[in-house]
Design a protein around this ligand. Structure first.
Ligand SMILES: Cc1ncc(COP(=O)(O)O)c(C=O)c1O
Length: 392
């Protein structure tokens, strides 16, 4: 076990097959798929030319870029010109939300979202309020999802955008995008954006009625700093980055073609195994769920109809101390989401779900990937029980 802060064992198992590390923080990020790394490595060394250069070497890069874009479009059933490469979901969310708001301001200045979105959406909306936009933040029920009639009731004459995430990153709560899409389609002036970062490649997903969708590839074993915004062709966006006009003018800056090629492979692999992985992870979630229910003082905050990849629960002890004790045993989980865990200790997501302060403060998130195993879940439960008993 590690005492040195900078020690990290990359190996999950020792020579006898014993578990060394348990990585249950896959909603924060996943490990990189070895085959994605291998093809990236070969590609990045060979095709380094700028895709915007007009010589044949540059054109070769541009060809690979377009091939990747085409493959992603076909895998996700969107059009090629609707795939915008970005640096991740934070950028995609900002581009979608601010881009629509500023492009369609003459139509109206009212925007609708929920109280439980990822910070990269919520903070974009807060910034827009400073520019005079009016934002409705929908409440959620105790299961972490909105009441769909609340959305309908919040729509006004001047509403131009609704942004609702597919899967919540703290609890795994799932929104039905088709149900939301059907409500929004009754209002042709409103666009529907969804942050699908914790959903893509993990749960069954229907994007037919979605106008804009954001994702990050590192949540499904791809590269950090690599993302996509899907945007229907009829929508205009005010770009956040001005410059050379790459990405149809929506996102200037030299394209990272090796990342784009890797993005196509990441999505292909994730979708290929989505169903199989879902069933596998569902079994792990059920095992964890049953084990957690037997531990005194543990309250489950997720629900069984949420994404099986994320299980959130509260403890009667200080969650940060529990997470630290687990970490000393090389078991890695989160208190809330990685992005907000260093800020306030109170989860705004759990508060919005009506949890008490002490529950919202002492929440732990376990998040699986398809690499997770039942042996890891069993060992996790054993160690957690011991730690909860040991801590005063
Ligand atoms: C739901 C959700 N949206 C957006 C993001 C932001 O992703 P990134 O940090 O890769 O930009 C995350 C990452 O934690 C997320 O879980």
């Amino acid at each position: 076990m590690a005492n040195d802060l900078f020690f990290f064992s990359k190996e999950t198992y020792d020579e006898e097959g014993g578990i060394i590390t348990i990585y249950f923080d896959n909603a924060a990020t996943t490990s990189l798929d070895e085959t994605i790394l291998e093809s990236y490595d070969a590609f990045v060394k060979e095709y380094y030319a700028n895709a915007a250069s007009v010589h044949t070497f540059g054109l070769r890069s541009a060809e690979f870029e377009e091939k990747a874009r085409k493959q992603i479009a076909s895998l996700l059933k969107w059009k090629e010109e609707e795939v915008i490469f970005t640096s991740g979901a934070t950028e995609s969310n900002n581009l979608a939300i601010k881009g629509v708001a500023f492009s369609y301001r003459s139509r109206g200045n009212h925007l609708i979202t929920t109280k439980v979105e990822h910070a990269s959406c919520l903070e974009a909306f807060r910034q827009l309020e400073q520019f005079g936009f009016e934002v409705t933040y929908l409440d959620v029920k105790s299961d972490g999802t909105i009441a769909y009639e609340d959305l309908e009731n919040a729509i006004k004459e001047n509403t131009i955008l609704v942004s609702i995430m597919a899967v919540n990153n703290e609890t795994g709560a799932i929104h039905d995008l088709t149900k939301i899409g059907k409500i929004i389609k009754k209002y042709p002036k409103i666009f529907f954006h969804s942050d699908i970062t914790q959903a893509i490649g993990k749960i069954p997903l229907d994007l037919e009625l979605v106008d804009l969708a954001s994702m990050s590839l590192h949540k499904i074993h791809g590269f950090k700093g690599s993302g996509i915004l899907l945007k229907r062709g009829f929508i205009e966006l005010m770009p956040l980055l001005s410059g050379g006009g790459q990405e149809f003018g929506y996102r200037s800056g030299t394209n990272n073609v090796p990342f784009e090629v890797s993005a196509a492979k990441t999505i292909r692999l994730a979708l290929l195994k989505q169903k199989e992985n879902y069933q596998k992870v569902q079994k792990l979630r059920d095992l964890l769920w049953d084990g957690l229910k037997k531990i005194e003082g543990v309250t489950l905050n997720s629900t069984l109809n949420g994404s099986p990849y994320i299980v959130n629960f509260s403890v009667l002890k200080k969650a940060s101390v529990v997470v630290e004790a687990l970490s000393k045993k090389e078991i890695y989980v989160s208190t809330k989401s990685a992005c907000s865990s260093k800020k306030s200790s109170l989860s705004y997501v759990l508060k919005a779900m009506g949890k008490e302060d002490k529950e919202a403060k002492n929440a732990i998130r376990v998040s699986f990937s398809d690499y997770s195993t039942s042996q890891e879940v069993e060992l996790f439960l054993k160690e957690l029980k011991e730690i909860l008993n040991d801590i005063q």
